[in-house]
Design a protein around this ligand. Structure first.
Ligand code: 5GP
Length: 175
């Protein structure tokens, strides 16, 4: 069983993912590969950081379930083995590819309560004002695409509630 969490930066999907995995011994976090440089705020195991040649070689060998380019850098989900349920924190373009290969995937789009709150959260984590507005526009576009391909949407107005809603969706899929 695969669970995909998508949504704009600032919606809180990373925190939701952490809590879901911590509370569920049968759910593990997929670790993506990326060519982007490590950021200071990245956990050491946030990604497998690789060079472009290594990424492309792995892709050409069929090593990714899905991959995408974002702001000039490559991101990909390694092909899962079938040992357990996996949570993928990827964008909607990636979710669409996963759906093509694994129609039983649970797709969840996490969003902030409204644009004002999203703006507040983005600015609060140091995003520049003009980039913030661009991200809000992009979030609206991505949401429409997500809904069109069958994502469930979950508003992250309260962390515990959002986690409980997604855990219940997962339990229903597993049963
Ligand atoms: P960041 O560079 O901020 O960590 O991630 C940029 C974007 O890439 C985010 O929307 C994130 O969800 C997405 N992303 C991270 N890993 C993957 C992946 O393996 N595949 C795809 N398609 N997107 C990813």
């Amino acid at each position: 069983m695969l669970l995909v969490l998508s949504g704009p930066g600032g919606a809180g999907k990373g925190t939701i993912a952490e809590v879901l995995v911590a509370n569920d011994p049968d759910l593990a976090l997929s670790r993506s590969w990326t060519t982007r440089p490590r950021r200071v705020d990245d956990a050491p195991d946030a990604y497998r950081f690789v060079g472009r040649d290594a990424f492309l070689a792995h892709r050409d060998a069929g090593g990714f379930l899905e991959w995408n380019e974002f702001l000039g850098e490559l991101y990909g989900t390694p092909m899962p083995d079938d040992s357990g349920d996996l949570l993928l924190e990827i964008d909607v373009a990636g979710g669409r590819q996963v759906l093509d290969h694994r129609p039983d995937v649970l797709l969840v789009f996490v969003e902030a309560p409204d644009d004002e709150e999203l703006r507040r959260r983005l600015l609060g984590r140091g995003e520049a004002p003009e980039r913030t507005e661009a991200r809000i526009v992009e979030a609206g576009r991505e949401r429409a695409e997500a809904v069109a391909i069958g994502y469930e949407t979950v508003v992250n107005d309260d962390l515990d509630r959002a986690v409980a809603v997604i855990a219940a969706m997962l339990a229903e899929r597993r049963s």
